[in-house]
Design a protein. Structure first.
Ligand code: UGA
Length: 497
């Protein structure tokens, strides 16, 4: 099939490369000449595992080409995917880019071709899309074409995998009187062998939105539950494992920590709240999801404050900057907010991320932030370490050596990505989210609770108790509930249930 993809960002470039991988003849179009030059030279504008290999395979097989003028690139296409940006840079939507892309391509598209919008857009815009396209065709004296949507469910960091092996494919029908658009999309996705759901375009837009809102809700739920685990001295890892074997619940997106970032989840939660208000609707659930998400960053900073013994004059090492591993994307990355707050409160913040592009961008975006090109450089002399992004290399750091290189061996694990037992054995005080009772203890500004754990009679490290912790226990006892402290550093095998 001859396919053209308009917009070569995170969504469009992956779409173009994967369609070429499936044997289609693809032209990728972007208005950014520099981006096109980079792609021609085999350099990827974004870090996405597997993408470079697919692009270079597609280019050398002659199935993937890049071009700037959209009008020419769509004239011979049987299907045109539109994947242009829709964010206004201020947390809102903008439709100017897609409107201008459509006005350039719609009049030029062949009469037997199909338009497929893959960008994420407000449902209201999607509702109007068929009329907009039909008016453009009429004005150009061209016959109507099918107007379809095909929302993407790909995650950054595993977008190639998610495209080639999706859980499902959703096809939205804007205008498709003879079913030509739906049958073309079915043909394209046939090889995925997964359910293909054909529905109205507005239903498809709400499906996309609903999926992201639900994922965001799960994360905020996990963060709320982690708070309870901290208060009661339970381990969220075990709790989630126990819950997830219930097929009604599932185990995904229940990792607590500093909360969700990226260009999708935060934006879509905020926009849903705003747009619902404009429609006269109230959205207390989504508002709570957002509030909890922002609170997590504060909680992380509070825990770092306690771990460092106060922020004024302290040196804080941040491990990771990107909003998740395996991407160089810093959009809505919690790290940026966290670094700003720490610096505002008097700390020297030294950050390391494996992605050079993310380091450069973060240094430009956060005044006063020091970025270094090796983790160890950030860690030397630190009063507290904050793990922000769970890059696998952080789990492999020589933690015993790190404990000697820092000023205070205290680590706040914002992603529950490290092994508490190993860190405690290396001499660290470890604080995660919902993983050990001490995290919830001291209120911000209280006396630090970072005394290294002492081994008990059996040689297992046990946590140091603290004021709030004790009061929680007292409250529980008053209700006739008596629970032993969950020792940190003792891992229970929860697999194989
Ligand atoms: C998200 C959705 O997962 C995709 O299905 C969707 O296609 C995409 O948005 C989009 O709308 O384009 P993405 O933003 O790339 O994908 O990344 P996620 O894997 O969803 O992670 C989002 C954030 O949630 C990250 O900051 C991550 O660290 C955080 N997260 C994720 C948690 O805090 N806890 C979890 O359990 C899972």
């Amino acid at each position: 099939m001859r396919a053209t993809v308009i917009g070569l960002g995170y969504v469009g470039l992956v779409t173009a490369a994967c369609l070429a991988e499936w044997g289609h003849d693809v032209i990728g179009v972007d208005g950014d000449e520099h981006r096109l030059d980079e792609l021609e030279a085999g350099r990827m504008p974004i870090h996405e595992p597997g993408l470079e290999d697919l692009v270079s395979a597609g280019v050398s097989a002659g199935r993937l080409r890049f071009s700037a003028p959209a009008a020419q690139a769509v004239a011979a296409a049987q299907v045109v995917f539109v994947a242009v940006g829709t964010h206004d840079g201020n947390g809102g939507w903008q439709t100017a880019t897609i409107r201008s892309a459509l006005s350039a391509i719609v009049p030029e598209m062949a009469d037997d071709s199909t338009l497929v919008v893959r960008s994420t857009l407000p449902p209201d815009f999607i509702r109007q899309l068929p009329w907009l396209v039909s008016a453009m065709r009429q004005e150009a004296g061209r016959r109507p074409i099918p107007v379809m949507t095909n929302p993407e469910f790909t995650r950054e960091g595993s977008a190639v995998h998610d495209f080639l092996q999706p859980d499902r494919v959703v096809i939205g029908v804007g205008e498709d009187p003879h079913g030509r658009g739906a049958s073309m999309l079915r043909k394209i996705y046939r090889r995925t062998n997964v359910p293909v759901l054909v529905m109205g375009a507005t239903d498809a837009a709400l499906t996309k939105l609903g999926a992201n809102l639900f994922l965001a809700t799960k994360i905020s739920f996990a963060n709320e539950l982690a708070q309870l685990c901290d208060a009661y001295g339970a381990d969220i890892t075990h709790v989630v494992a126990g819950m997830s074997h219930d097929t009604r619940i599932g185990g995904g997106f229940l990792r607590p920590g500093i909360g969700f970032g990226g260009s999708c989840l935060p934006h879509q939660v905020t926009m849903t709240i705003r747009e619902s208000a404009a429609l006269g609707l109230t959205t207390p659930l989504f508002e709570a999801v957002e509030t909890i998400n922002h609170r997590q960053r504060e909680v992380f900073v509070d825990r770092l404050t306690i771990a460092a013994g106060g922020l004024e004059g302290a040196r804080i090492a941040l491990l990771g900057l990107t909003f998740k591993p395996d991407t160089d994307d810093l959009r809505e990355a919690p790290a940026l907010d966290i670094a700003r707050t720490l610096i505002d409160r008097g700390a020297t913040v030294v950050a390391y991320d494996p992605m050079p592009a993310a380091r450069t961008k973060a240094a430009a975006e956060v005044p006063g932030l020091i970025v270094v090109d090796r983790a160890m450089k950030a860690l030397v002399g630190a009063d507290a370490i904050g793990l922000v992004t769970e890059w696998p290399e952080f789990a492999r750091l020589p933690w015993a050596a790190v404990a000697k290189a820092v000023r205070r061996p205290a680590i706040v694990d914002g992603r529950n990505a490290l092994q508490p037992a190993m860190l405690v054995a290396a001499g660290f005080t470890y604080v995660g989210f919902g993983r050990d009772g001490r995290a919830a203890v001291a209120e911000p500004g209280a006396v630090p609770t970072t005394t290294p754990a002492q081994p008990d009679a059996a040689g297992s490290p046990v946590p140091t108790r603290s004021r709030r912790r004790t009061s929680i226990e007292a409250a529980l006892s008053a209700h006739g509930i008596d629970r032993p402290l969950t020792p940190i550093g003792v891992e229970t095998n929860v697999s194989g249930a």
